[in-house]
Design a protein around this ligand. Structure first.
Ligand code: WT7
Length: 650
């Protein structure tokens, strides 16, 4: 482990909201001593309530915790209306298209655009409070308008990442029983148009009876099929809408959105977030972790299809009254200097991206940063996967000029916002380490029985007290919610939230995330369940059995490795490479290109215990090309291990 410690820049620290470790400890200590008082203070200070809440936290139906019970608010009001006095002409969103086209949308313009959008949904489409609206959108400002418009009228949005297939989209539409789909004809990537609407058409071919209307934003103006009475053009309808729209009065605990994510078993789960707690923490972490100031320009490179895009492109920055940059393209096009060029152009002050992107930009353009003026940068962030020390160092030196704190933020779709992260003006950082829980967040590294692990030992990363922005339930499946998150670790007789991640805590209390300990894999920061990929592969007619594991990968973090057992050896069946291609086509169809396997090996059988359980640890070792250290004598057929190894090497 690296021993170096990097201290925050002194001048930066002086003007930061949290200036040193004493201030951090005071805040964290306050939360420990008076948990509800701490949250009560911030909720009152930060949220523009329509009506006050009666109770800070209701634990009576644990783990279905309720926050700010009885309070009334509207999240779009928190993000827009309340800023109009102070900053109506400030840029809310700066958009850059793939082809370099630009738009600056002020708070007043954003407010009007959202209101028009909200009126369209409410008046033309009859969308009401509690209805579900699925978004299948590119990275364009209308995606943010759509999210905020839903929030304004109390509709529950469910954004589906544009890289998911028609099948995957259909599953999510059906699970949520969506009434309206908002999409675009497509958008641009690497100077070429790509399409989304045809995927929606395919998804809606079967089983989506709940869907009444499809709203299409025209972005690339490619030809698409329009279905009369179902499909409507946003561009045609929006001009007729009034630019004022009364916000729906929402209860603190009403659902704000669903976001589907992968678990270790079964189908993706619809993580359900609530109004008040979510927006409170989104705003507070913008202020504490990125320390965004009035004149700053902040850029998060995520896609709005993931939680990072929800909390740290749309809701957090806008609640904080910040200027958020939204980018349609990819950072490697037209070359690996694109992102740095944008940093120079917009004088970006906070830049937030994934380790995978850093590794790719480092590999493809090590010297690109030297060509640009990056001196505006103050805070650099990473999220999504553990960052390795070489990538960390390059980010710190080549991008941050040795001046910017790197905030390695650990959190999840389920946590809504940052949980463990350095504070840029306070925390002495150890490279590639998420450091300390944020004030108010009770993160601990535990054994299954709830005892804290010894320093240096690996344990389970848990949050031992409920927090405002936490997942409320899994849409339509409260039992699965309990089992998935409150079933594994019990502390002092009480089930606590277990994240699925392993972590190590050192003698100084620094927490380093070691990665998932369940059957979830993380490919380029995309979270995928091995069970989902296996279910897809099983749809190939020749596949009898399959096991998927993650294999460490220098660029992607993890790559997907599939071990496949065929039904019977069939002579008509050609090369393994041919089969692999076919299997990947099935995966692309069932889930999307992001879940394609990097390696597919045909093997004679899988390593199973006598009770039929597949020993994935052995497969992980084989995929890595490691010596097998595990005891294989408990396998039903220990000789299978050597046979699989031969197939993998051969
Ligand atoms: C999983 C959550 C949170 C937004 C993006 C991903 C991994 C996240 C870190 C980090 C090491 C990290 C964890 C976590 N992860 N941040 N800073 N260091 N690992 O959200 O798709 O819900 O995935 O991403 O394994 O459980 P997600």
């Amino acid at each position: 482990m690296l021993k170096e410690i990097y201290y925050p820049d002194r001048d930066f620290a002086k003007q930061a909201r949290i200036k040193n470790m004493c201030e951090y400890r005071d805040l964290a200590g306050w939360a420990k001593e008076d948990y509800e008082g701490f949250w009560d203070h911030w909720a009152k200070e930060k949220i523009d309530w329509f009506a006050p809440y009666e109770k800070v936290l209701d634990e009576s139906d644990a783990p279905f915790y309720k926050w700010f019970v009885g309070g009334k608010l509207n999240v779009s009001h928190q993000c827009l209306d309340r800023h109009l006095d102070q900053r109506k002409n400030k840029a809310a969103i700066i958009f850059e298209g793939d082809r370099g086209d630009k738009q600056v949308i002020t708070y007043l313009e954003l407010y009007r655009n959202v209101n028009r959008f909200a009126n369209l949904l409410r008046n033309e489409f009859g969308v009401k409070k509690g209805d579900r609206v699925v978004l299948y959108m590119p990275m364009i400002p209308e995606a943010a308008y759509a999210m905020l418009a839903c929030a304004r009228i109390g509709a529950i949005h469910s954004v589906v990442f544009g890289g998911f297939s028609a099948e995957a989209l259909r599953d999510r539409i059906i699970d949520a029983q969506a009434k309206v789909i908002i999409t675009a004809d497509g958008a641009f990537r690497k100077d070429k148009p790509y399409m989304l609407k045809p995927v929606v058409d395919t998804a809606l071919e079967e089983g989506c009876d709940s869907v009444e209307k499809v709203l299409v934003v025209q972005r690339n103006f490619e030809d698409i099929v329009w279905i009369g009475g179902r499909d409507y053009s946003y561009n045609e309808l929006i001009g007729q809408q009034s630019d004022t729209c009364e916000p729906e009065v929402m209860d603190s605990e009403d659902p704000l959105f669903l976001l589907y994510t992968s678990g270790s078993t079964g189908k993706p789960k619809g993580v359900q977030h609530a109004q008040a707690g979510y927006i409170l923490w989104a705003q507070m972490t913008m202020e504490w972790v990125f320390d965004v100031k009035e004149n700053d320009t902040y850029w998060c490179t995520a896609d709005i299809g993931w939680i990072t895009g929800h909390t740290y492109i749309v809701y957090g920055p806008l609640a904080a009254g910040a200027t958020t940059v939204m980018f349609e393209g990819v950072p490697t096009y037209p070359d690996a200097g694109r992102a740095w060029k944008m940093v120079q152009e917009y004088r970006i002050n906070q830049f937030y991206t994934a380790p995978t992107a850093i590794r790719v930009l480092h590999k493809l353009g090590e010297h690109e940063p030297e060509k640009y003026d990056l001196s505006s940068l103050k805070v650099l962030g990473t999220v999504g996967e553990p960052i390795d020390p070489p990538a960390w160092k390059w980010y710190y030196e080549a991008i941050g000029g040795g001046r910017c704190t790197i905030v390695d933020t650990w959190w999840q779709t389920e946590t809504g916002g940052h949980m463990i992260s350095p504070l840029p003006g306070a925390t002495p950082v150890k490279p590639a380490c998420a450091t300390f829980p944020l004030p108010g967040i009770m993160a601990e590294v535990l054994e299954r029985d709830g005892t804290p692990v010894e320093p240096g030992e690996q344990g389970l990363l848990c949050i031992t007290k409920p927090w405002p922005s936490m997942i409320r339930t899994i849409w339509g499946d409260p039992e699965r919610f309990k089992k998935s998150y409150f079933g594994d670790v019990v502390k002092e007789g009480k089930p606590v939230y277990f994240s699925g991640d392993g972590a190590v805590i050192d003698e100084d209390g620094y927490i380093t995330i070691t990665g998932r300990v369940d059957d979830v894999i993380n490919v380029s920061g995309h979270r995928l369940g091995t069970a989902e990929i296996e279910a897809a592969i099983k749809k190939h007619p020749h596949v009898a059995e399959v096991a998927v594991v993650g294999k460490p990968d220098d660029l992607k973090g993890e790559s997907i490795f599939a071990f496949v057992v065929l039904k019977e050896v069939d002579d008509s069946f050609g090369e393994e490479a041919e089969l692999a291609k076919e299997i990947n086509e099935v995966i692309a169809q069932e889930i999307g290109n992001i879940a394609k396997a990097d390696t597919i090996k045909v093997v004679p059988g899988l390593p199973k215990t006598r009770s039929g359980k597949i020993m994935r640890r052995i497969l992980r070792s084989i995929a890595k090309g490691e010596e097998i250290k595990q005891d294989i004598s408990t396998l039903e057929d220990p000789s299978i291990v050597a046979q699989i190894q031969t197939c993998v090497i051969g």
